[in-house]
Design a protein around this ligand. Sequence first.
Ligand SMILES: Cc1cc2nc3c(=O)[nH]c(=O)nc-3n(C[C@H](O)[C@H](O)[C@H](O)COP(=O)(O)OP(=O)(O)OC[C@H]3O[C@@H](n4cnc5c(N)ncnc54)[C@H](O)[C@@H]3O)c2cc1C
Length: 459
Amino acid sequence: MAERCPEDQITALAAELRRLDSALPLLGAESPLELERLSRDYYDYSPVLVPLLQGCRAQLVAGATTVEQVLLVAGACARQGVPLTVRGAGTGNYGQCVPLQGGLVLDLSGLNQLRQLDEATGVLEVEAGALMGAIEKQLAPRGRALRLVPSTVRSASIGGFIAGGSGGIGSLRWGFLRDPGNLLGLEVVTLEPEPRLLQLDAAASAPLNHAYGTNGIITALRLPTSEAVVWQQLVVGFEQWGQALAAAQALTSTAFELNAITVLEAPLVSQLPWPAGCPAPEPGEQRLMLLAAPAALEVLPSWLAARGGALRWQAPQGQSRGLPLRELSWNHTTLHWRAQHPDWTYLQMLLPQPEAPCLERLREQWGDDLLWHLEAVRQQGAARLAALPLLRWRGEEALQQLLDDCRRCGAVLFNPHVISVEDGGLGVIDADQVAAKAAYDPAGLLNPGKLRGWLNSPG
Ligand SMILES: Cc1cc2nc3c(=O)[nH]c(=O)nc-3n(C[C@H](O)[C@H](O)[C@H](O)COP(=O)(O)OP(=O)(O)OC[C@H]3O[C@@H](n4cnc5c(N)ncnc54)[C@H](O)[C@@H]3O)c2cc1C
């Protein structure tokens, strides 16, 4: 990996920070375990990323609780030429917050105030380090909710979700984070000797959305919220995979108000930690997990029964014991499976339509090395199925072959085994992201090595 920042620059930076703000929490070489902990995320889901990232560690960690402290740290890093990598809660899957060149990690978990909720419009202004679970708790009594949350909603920060995430629960209704309308504005600190505090509107914020913190430090976000709904968690069993798939496909074109549709193949179903009171699956049972509005419950069970689905369990979200259903979905399915099968990894893709031929072809080619987990989403306004299959690890060559097979059958891959923003997305360089980096981080010190378009740019 790239070279680490020279120690004398780190020493000079620490001295400058102590002089500027003696109360700023700083961790250095005397706390190696903390430096290690605050330099990691969940990249060990990928056997490709582990050897690339495991030696990368911050040389200094600063914790900011105010925007003034962020400005102070940004200015000092720029003056001393020290790389700065922002950390929310460190729950990313691809090493997004791992500092490839060491330097300083800026921990924003203490910058976490809900600044304002406009009761008339539902527009929320919140500081970047706030945990989404905490935000939900503050919004609920006011009848509002976050539109989109990852399955790590309880442990992840809102700034980290916008900078490093893509979508999740709610994507069935609201699409992905980068879809226009999901982010209304950002407050951003630049990385310059005299850092600026910018208020960006929706258009100017777009290049910082899913840029891994390479082109600006987000200190606060403006987001639309939705009406709060007490989502009913439903578990539906099917005997046949084809029935479960067909029901999921058909549900996306009904008028039932749904916030999530997850389809799980029997081997995964048999090993998930189902909520208390939810019956253990029958042998070979395939399952649908749904989050449905209460009004849907009058008709949904009979609609599902007509398609071979048996309602196994239901409970309002927030009122069941054990894990809530949303912590069995998205990459939590991966987490639970890997807890028992650490030699497995995963993939992420958007399936072509119709989905069944692609799934059948991959099943023929890969057999039980690939186990299917699907999530219904809205992509550019249309209902689609995304897949997060579990994959038995058989080495990088086999992985490459699988990626090629998926592409050949028309799937769009979001490869979780790469470190750059572009390679984990559509593979193309976004000129606006690179231009924002030139404007807000002209020395290229923010999370270096993650924006391929910057590494490739002349000069
Ligand atoms: C079990 C599991 C399930 C998951 N499910 C989902 C899911 O459903 N959907 C999904 O999208 N993701 C999912 N993820 C990935 C991750 O949890 C989310 O994307 C999460 O929102 C990241 O938030 P964080 O605070 O942990 O960010 P971090 O991991 O701390 O940071 C993520 C990236 O954002 C940057 N960053 C953080 N804060 C800022 C800031 N204030 N300014 C600028 N840059 C910043 C970091 O440098 C890093 O590049 C999952 C991960 C796991 C382990």
